[in-house]
Design a protein around this ligand. Structure first.
Ligand code: AKG
Ligand code: FE2
Length: 349
């Protein structure tokens, strides 16, 4: 059994055999980056009539509104979240500095095949025949080790900003978690891995910096292919260039104008002129936690839909089977099943 989160990654190392492209010198879209067919779920270029729920965290009804947003969308944006605007700009600047380094320098901080932290292409790339127009930098715990390789003399500025951001995100994640759990009528007594103060003991978090350089042929390129995050909650900040899309049943892909995400199928698109950056805070439970519905949420009308699995078992299944992971732990047919777009998107003519 995989007992630690890192074991789940080690058990399924991601060997990516292609070279990191130097996006700054690419004048044309190389063939290996051309997604000639975007499948049954193309992006609609007309502005969507539907838009994501926006929740003001100071609203006395925030709990109810979040519960509704989770049930109907699985994703929402938040305002009055208390994250200082200056910190958001600082983290964008830190990401921009990192991704503007020469490729050879960035490769000094590469993620190892069985590792989590470091620079590289998206791990999900291994499941797709075409490459994605993006690069990423994953930080789990302290950013120091990898930052030192990028800026041997001068890493502390980057580390300070990242650590400040991690601290703020942890608090916001806990606050959102309690709002979402509260909307189900659950309290601190119901959650085994929470402390009496409401902290989630042993929660595992990672920060993912994503860079989507301006692309010479954005209609044929994919920034980040459709996926669900292996998290309980993802808090996403994007710079002022849109690109995030979420799949809503019955509506197709909906563009999210700049903020946070949950268990939804989503992807990132690129554009011709702007360099897009995003910072995802990925928040999950400790690896030993068993994921199954609490008894008080089950009755004959609401039977369990999935086999109980520990979080690290689920991550192992996800690392191996990607978008099919949920259906593999499912007990009975689901009405609202996520379509397996990994099959449809990758058809390349
Ligand atoms: O860049 C984005 O908008 C999406 C990023 C994302 O989905 C991720 O990092 O998991
Ligand atoms: Fe994601």
């Amino acid at each position: 059994m995989l007992s630690k989160l890192s074991d789940a990654f080690r058990a399924y190392p991601v060997e990516l055999h292609h070279k990191q492209l130097d996006f700054s010198s690419a004048e044309e879209l190389p063939d290996s980056y051309a997604w000639t067919e975007l499948g049954e779920y193309p992006s609609s270029h007309c502005p969507s009539k539907e838009s994501l729920p926006i929740i003001d965290l100071n609203d006395p009804n925030a709990l109810k509104l979040i519960g509704h947003a989770c049930k109907s969308w699985g994703v929402y944006q938040v305002t009055n979240h208390g994250i200082p605007e200056e910190l958001l700009h600082d983290v964008e600047r830190a990401a921009k500095n990192l991704f503007s380094l020469p490729v050879q320098q960035k490769l000094k901080a590469s993620r190892s095949p069985e590792g989590i932290s470091g620079y590289g292409v998206a791990k999900i790339s291994a499941f797709f025949p075409k490459q994605m127009w993006s690069e990423g930098f994953t930080i789990m715990g302290s950013p120091m080790e990898h930052a030192r390789r990028l800026w041997p003399q001068d890493y502390s500025l980057f580390c300070d900003v990242i650590e400040k951001y991690q601290k703020e995100m942890k608090q916001l994640a806990e606050r959102l978690m309690w709002l979402m759990l509260g909307s189900l009528g659950l309290t601190k007594e119901d959650i085994k891995w929470s402390s009496p103060k409401g902290e989630f003991t042993g929660a595992v978090a990672a920060l993912q910096l994503n860079s989507y350089p301006a692309c010479p042929d954005p209609d044929r390129a994919m920034g980040l292919a459709a996926h669900t995050d292996s998290t309980l909650l993802t808090i996403l900040h994007q710079n002022n260039t849109s690109g995030l899309q979420v799949l809503k049943e019955g509506s197709g892909w909906i563009t999210v104008p700049p903020l946070p995400v949950h268990f939804v199928l989503h992807r990132a698109m690129v554009n011709r002129t702007e360099h897009r950056l995003s910072v995802a805070y990925l928040y999950g439970p400790p690896s030993w936690v068993q994921v199954s519905p609490l008894p008080e949420l089950i009755d004959s009308n609401h039977p369990p839909l999935y086999k109980p699995v520990t979080w690290s078992e689920y991550l192992g299944t996800k690392a191996k089977h990607f978008n099919k992971a949920l259906s593999l732990v499912r007990l009975c047919a689901l009405v609202n099943e996520l379509p397996d777009v990994s099959d449809s998107i990758v058809k390349v003519s």
